[in-house]
Design a protein around this ligand. Structure first.
Ligand SMILES: *Cc1c(COP(=O)(O)O)cnc(C)c1O
Length: 410
């Protein structure tokens, strides 16, 4: 079995090793006000014998980091709830919740941190740095502590207090940035280059996408979903899930790709806006599905750049509040390839859904994650009642008490 990286724009291949992050050719054209260019995807070559073994034993799909190097921390295998009061209320008997509030640091980000930590251990790397709006930082700090790695985080001063406290409790080095996430992102890149440190910036490090595929595998070990609701900011969770479902489909564990719904806040909806522009553009340059690259790539200007405008985000759902979705081009490509959907919800709909989810199911979600219930409520008229639906709840409500208090009118 052989792993490598492949550029999601031009198809150029790279070895899966330290120091490789984005495609050198496509990223050379990177502009400051657009999603990341040249995002790399992990790909695997399996020979027919290996393929047969995976199919016959129904063993887990392979990981790019060998099992022996994976940190000794329990990540993933989170509960799937069958919430009967919610099912009854909406008339969907097969509505489920995948509950990632139960991750060790209480967010979905642990799935990515786990793989990045394993990669560091495999290659003898001692320090990992990252920029974050909050959860990625608390996650890497926690998983890093368990794995015995040094972690440095660049966090905007506006991050919710609970997430900053987590970072400090786990013993990571906290560098507070007086400015936006974008500024933190750039400062972190400079730091990693200067100190030769492994960078876990989301989307930029391809393993952050790969690590986020595992929930798809866990879901399909129990049920085969028709619709999955996913919160989306940078669109990395969305891409990770697509990768997971795609591999499950390739290895014939599932017979069809589910419909993914990217749930966004109205005040931070760059992906939804871009997708609607792309699908209504009759002259759009489309991704070449059979060759798995954009025809004519590498392009100096990304053919989809015009679909992304920069509108300063204004939502209280901090984890999905982004001006420029880092993984925008790649996520848009997968939405387009698999006829995905987007749905946007207002902050008051988010707070209402947060309370509804907690009081009807016992799952207390942070605002970003409550978008999946708010989004489902809006979309449910388009979905047959017999469908198998999964709401992916990505983070705990205890991480942002101030927003929850607002929802309660306190
Ligand atoms: C990061 C995060 C998201 C959004 O993920 P993206 O990959 O940025 O789309 C959603 N929910 C929680 C709890 C998060 O921490």
């Amino acid at each position: 079995m052989k792993w490598k990286y492949r550029c999601s724009e031009c198809g150029k291949e790279f070895p899966l090793e330290p120091g490789v992050y984005v495609c050198d050719e496509c990223s050379a054209y990177q502009k400051h006000d657009e999603p990341l260019r040249g995002i790399l995807e992990c790909t695997i070559e399996v020979n027919p014998k290996e393929r047969k073994r995976i199919l016959q034993l129904e063993e887990d799909l392979p990981d790019p980091v060998p099992y022996d190097f994976q940190p000794n921390v329990q990540v993933g295998y989170t509960p799937m709830h069958s919430p009967f009061r919610l099912q009854k209320k909406y008339g969907f008997d097969r509505l489920y919740i995948k509950d990632d509030t139960c991750e060790p640091t209480a967010s979905y980000k642990d799935r990515a941190s786990y793989l990045v930590a394993g990669f560091a251990i495999q290659h003898g790397i001692k320090e990992i740095a990252l920029a974050s709006t909050g959860n990625a930082a608390s996650s890497m700090a926690g998983i890093g502590a368990g794995a015995g790695l040094n972690v440095t985080v660049f966090l905007p001063k506006t991050a919710p207090i609970a997430k900053r406290i987590q970072v400090l409790q786990y013993g990571a080095k906290l560098i507070e940035v007086d400015g936006t996430y974008d500024k933190a992102f750039d400062e972190c890149l400079a730091y990693c280059k200067e100190h030769n440190v492994l960078c876990r910036n989301t989307a930029y490090n391809p393993l952050t996408i790969e690590g986020k595929k595992t929930a798809a595998i866990e879901i399909c070990s129990l049920i085969h979903p028709d619709h999955v609701f996913v919160p989306a900011g940078d669109g990395v969770i969305l891409s990770g899930l697509y990768k997971g479902f795609e591999e499950l489909y390739d290895f014939e564990f599932i017979r069809k790709m589910p419909t993914l719904w990217a749930c966004q806040a109205e005040g931070s909806s760059a992906l939804a806006r871009a997708y609607s522009r792309l699908t209504s553009d009759k002259k759009a340059i489309l991704y070449d599905k059979s060759n798995n690259k954009f025809a004519g790539a590498p392009h100096e200007e990304h053919p989809w750049r015009k679909y992304f405008d920069v509108v300063p985000s204004t939502t209280l759902a901090d984890s999905i509040s982004v001006d420029i979705p880092r993984n925008g081009y790649h996520a848009l490509k997968q939405l387009n390839k698999y006829n995905g959907k987007t749905v946007t919800v207002s902050d008051s709909e988010i707070l209402e859904a947060q309370k509804e989810l907690a009081s009807l199911t016992g799952v207390f979600a942070e605002p970003s994650s409550a978008t999946v219930l708010a989004g489902f409520k809006k979309a449910s008229a388009e979905i047959p009642r017999s469908a198998v639906v999964v709401l992916l709840v990505t983070g705990s409500g205890l991480k942002d008490i101030a927003s929850a208090a607002k929802g309660l009118g306190l």
